[in-house]
Design a protein around this ligand. Structure first.
Ligand code: PLP
Length: 358
């Protein structure tokens, strides 16, 4: 089966096979990792190895903490302002549903400004530099660097006033290509696309941003407290961390993120070429320079054919292609774990279907 779902969770088959094999007996210990004490040396070894592999893969500088937290990316929409606002205001750029949700949530928690929005263009582009109104005094600038629903990806960061840290929601494209972590104050990502099971969320935060949390911040939501306790103030999501660690090793074995990026470029090009070469049968509305390599929404010129397209996809065992209800049509999510073979199968369907129905 080829799973084009936007999540959760699309994982490499070899990793799932390893999990299956280790589920009842991890490394000959007679029980699985999820049954072991999180404070024992087996699990702490798993946690530290996962962190070391992630640092290696992403080139995370030593002045950044890596936190393995819970509550998904949505909890971060609240947790980030609680930890970083420090009585100031933050700038939000709204480029799709997810950054809009982050902006709305932050409004409950303090002063936030809308520094730019592409809602008037139905989230099909990114704001031009002169459309951003950035506050040089902002506590941070929040961006969603890949909008999962609208299929808009940021390949370059906007020019940010000196001293304003960039906070990025990378949930749906983290680990899809090399990123220069040092350009961000904080990166966060729900695990359930390119990392592992839902529930786990990874936060990579520059140390100088710690210790500014508002007084009402619960300890499990306080980045400084969680960093002090190595993400183990309470019981961490042990199974998710173990699985994430296996995915990190799998990506390293593929040659790291530069190699992963080359495959992702080839996969995305194949799908967009099929859309653009269909003579208008299929359409993706996003400006070419910011088309997401991970999430490709597309519509059929005749929406009356949507159900038939999905039925034929199901016959070919291509799953999860129905588009998000807010944009309609289809969405092919082609995360790291989607193979080129899967993309070829999708393109084959798109071309056959168009040839018969056009
Ligand atoms: N941010 C982005 C970019 C997403 O795609 C999602 C959805 O998966 C979220 C945030 C919300 O994540 P969660 O459901 O883990 O809270």
């Amino acid at each position: 089966i080829f799973n084009f779902s936007a999540g959760p969770a699309v994982l490499p088959t070899t990793v799932l096979e390893q999990v299956r094999d280790e589920l009842l007996d991890w490394h000959g210990r007679g029980m699985g990792i999820m049954e072991m004490s999180h404070r024992g040396k087996d699990f702490t070894g798993v946690l530290h190895e996962a962190e070391a592999d992630l640092r290696d893969l992403m080139g995370i500088p030593s002045n950044y903490k890596v936190l393995f937290l819970q509550g998904g990316a949505t909890q971060q929409f609240a947790q980030i302002p609680m930890n970083l606002l420090a009585g100031r205001s933050a700038d939000y750029v709204v480029t799709g549903s997810w950054s809009k949700k982050a902006y709305k949530e932050a409004q409950h928690l303090g002063g936030v400004r809308l520094a730019g929005s592409t809602e008037a263009s139905a989230f099909t582009c990114l704001p031009a530099a002169n459309e951003l109104k950035l506050d040089p005094q902002a506590a941070y600038l929040h961006l969603c660097t890949n909008e999962t629903i609208h299929g808009v990806e940021m390949f370059d960061l906007p020019e940010v006033p000196a001293g304003v840290p960039v906070v990025a929601d990378m949930s749906s494209h983290i680990l899809s290509r090399p990123m220069d972590v040092s350009r961000y104050g904080l990166i966060y990502a729900g695990a359930q696309k390119n990392i592992g099971p839902a529930g786990l969320v990874i936060v990579i935060v520059r140390e100088d941003l710690l210790g500014k949390a508002s007084a009402i911040t619960p300890s499990v939501m306080n980045f400084a407290t969680m960093a002090e306790h190595d993400s183990m103030l309470n019981t961490p999501p042990t199974f998710g961390i173990y699985l994430a660690g296996l995915v990190f090793k799998n990506l390293k074995a593929q040659g790291g993120l530069a190699a992963v990026e080359q495959t992702n470029i080839a996969k995305a090009k194949r799908v967009y070429d099929a859309i653009d070469g269909s003579g208008g049968f299929y359409r993706n509305p996003v400006d070419a320079p910011c088309r997401s390599r991970m999430n490709v929404p597309f519509t059929l010129a005749n929406p009356a054919l949507d159900a038939e397209f999905l039925a034929e996809a199901a016959e070919r065992r291509l799953e999860g292609l129905k588009g998000h209800k807010s944009v309609g049509g289809m969405r092919a999510s082609i995360y790291n774990a989607m193979s080129l073979d899967g993309v070829e199968a999708l393109v084959g369907l798109m071309q056959d279907f168009a040839a018969r129905k056009a």
